[in-house]
Design a protein around this ligand. Structure first.
Ligand SMILES: Nc1ncnc2c1ncn2[C@@H]1O[C@H](COP(=O)(O)OP(=O)(O)OP(=O)(O)O)[C@@H](O)[C@H]1O
Length: 257
């Protein structure tokens, strides 16, 4: 019986489809895209029904609508497709970079490790004084499209500088700070705000902006709440839970390597 004749390649096929579905789910969960998808499925079902019932006019209209469906899908899901390709590309790039590093092929290149400890010490102090802060740390994806919105600078990361930037009366305290390879490259940056409806109401624009940038790129984000001094760590559009600052330091260091 041909049906039960499953080859290894079929197994690989199924695993790859499962991966694809998982990534698609990760992209659309909590967004309006899932509602749009349900809408498309409903239109498709109605179209099939009108065909069955031979309702010619309606079935022609719906058929015509679904005929251009592919283009409509690209337009509607533009953000999700972009994120998916970005996710795919950066994962491979990160893996390649790690492998090259393993084989010491980057030895001539001076590595500029981000001083996680200095950043976190600044966050802890700002948390104690309830000073609001929003810090974006670049990984593989370029952040040029956001740094342009703020004031560009080039200062090596250090704790007092971070604290003084976010100091309430500082002219630079508004917006986000961007750190790229241990250098503060911009302040007062405006980030894209996420419209994910799963974000609890108590989180305002600062937290939504942190979700937004970590959704769109592979950057990492630290937020200090002005309201309650709480430090949040965000990665891939999600809040990463941690108990103590030491755990956060370990996690951040690991995510940066
Ligand atoms: N899109 C954005 N990009 C960068 N910074 C932003 C953005 N939106 C808001 N902020 C920063 O967040 C600050 C506070 O916003 P808001 O009070 O809405 O945030 P929040 O999430 O409630 O944070 P907090 O707990 O600190 O009050 C703003 O003054 C601004 O500096």
């Amino acid at each position: 019986m041909d049906f039960f004749d499953i080859r290894i390649i079929d197994g690989i096929d199924i695993v790859l489809v499962a991966f694809l579905m998982y990534y698609l789910y990760k992209l659309v969960r909590g967004t309006v895209a899932i509602n749009i998808f349900v809408g498309i499925v409903i239109i498709y079902a109605i179209w099939r029904l009108t065909e069955l019932l031979q309702m010619e006019l309606l079935s022609k209209i719906l058929g015509g609508f679904l005929g251009v469906g592919m283009f409509a899908l690209i337009v509607v899901f533009q953000q999700e497709i972009r994120k998916f390709l970005l996710m795919l590309g950066s994962t491979n790039f990160a893996a390649r970079k790690k492998m090259l590093r393993k084989f010491n092929l980057f030895s001539s290149e001076k590595e500029n490790k981000t001083e996680v400890e200095a950043i976190l010490k600044a966050c802890v102090n700002m948390s104690k004084s309830q000073t609001g802060a929003l810090i974006v740390i670049k990984r593989n994806n370029s952040l040029d499209f956001i740094t342009n919105s703020g004031d560009e600078m080039k200062i090596e990361v250090n704790q007092p500088i971070i604290e003084s930037v976010f100091y309430k009366n500082s002219p630079l305290h508004d917006g986000a700070m961007v750190i790229e390879e241990n250098t503060i490259t911009a302040t007062r940056v405006i980030l894209p705000v996420s419209n994910d409806r799963r974000i609890p109401q108590r989180f305002g624009l600062r937290h939504r902006a942190a979700v937004g940038i970590t959704e769109k790129t592979d950057a990492l984000c630290l937020v200090v709440s002005e309201e309650n001094g709480q430090i949040s760590y965000l990665k891939e559009g999600d809040f990463v839970l941690f108990e103590h600052t030491e755990d956060l330091q370990q996690q951040l260091t690991q995510d940066l390597n």
